[in-house]
Design a protein around this ligand. Structure first.
Ligand SMILES: [Zn+2]
Length: 131
């Protein structure tokens, strides 16, 4: 913190006391021994301390569209997972019927493809954000 000096009057002898404003900290007031009359007095910043308020750090810049892409990844994962699980369930429930088995193989395969696409897309989103 940079040193900025402020002056305030002693509460006992009324003489001006110069002090480092940064010593006040967040309390904005402090008890010190007056250099003039050696009695305890409270020092405070007579000025508005708004200039010493630390500004909030700026929000990290979000690339437009990445929020949507992240959402799309989640949707792909969810649909892919659901398709794969129901595909497997159907595959085992289908028994020996080759037509149904083929259909469910196609279903859980497309579920895997969706999960893979979701992974690729999420990797791309991370790359875009790093740029
Ligand atoms: Zn004094």
């Amino acid at each position: 913190m940079k040193k900025t000096f402020a002056v305030c009057p002693c509460q006992n002898c009324g003489k001006q006391i110069e002090f480092d404003r940064s010593e006040l900290g967040f309390a904005k007031t402090r008890t010190i021994e007056c250099p003039h009359c050696q009695q305890e007095t409270a020092i405070f910043d007579p000025k508005d301390t708004s200039e010493s308020v630390i500004p909030a750090p700026p929000e990290p810049e979000e690339k437009p569209g990445t929020a949507f892409l992240t959402f799309a990844c989640f949707v792909m994962f969810a649909i892919g997972l659901g398709t794969t699980i129901t595909g497997f369930q159907g595959y085992y429930a289908a028994g020996e019927d080759p037509a149904w088995r083929t259909m469910y193989v196609v279903q859980y395969s497309s579920g895997f493809v969706l999960i893979a696409l979701g992974l690729i897309l999420s990797a791309l989103v991370r790359l875009i954000r790093k740029e």
